[in-house]
Design a protein around this ligand. Structure first.
Ligand SMILES: [Zn+2]
Length: 79
């Protein structure tokens, strides 16, 4: 997977105002699993919620914990 460069100390606040060019990485704080987050995977009823309201609903595919954290940034091209 390409290296992910997080925008430090920044959050769009709400998912639906996250610019399309900003990539989202979901990280499990229980096991460290990271995967690209598809904003279309969020149910329509939750797309206008705060990021902090969505995070508790993220379930880790690797360990099953609900300890998700969304990080915002971009993927670097491999050299
Ligand atoms: Zn996990």
């Amino acid at each position: 997977m390409p290296k992910f460069m997080e925008i430090r100390d920044w959050s769009p606040g709400y998912l639906n105002v996250t610019p399309q060019h900003v990539e989202i990485m979901a990280e499990c704080q229980a096991c460290g699993e990271q995967r690209k987050f598809d904003r279309r995977s969020v149910p329509a009823s939750m797309r206008q919620h705060l990021i902090s309201e969505i995070e508790p609903h993220l379930k880790c595919a690797a360990c099953g914990a609900k300890a998700g954290k969304l990080r915002f940034g971009s993927f670097m091209e491999e050299d």
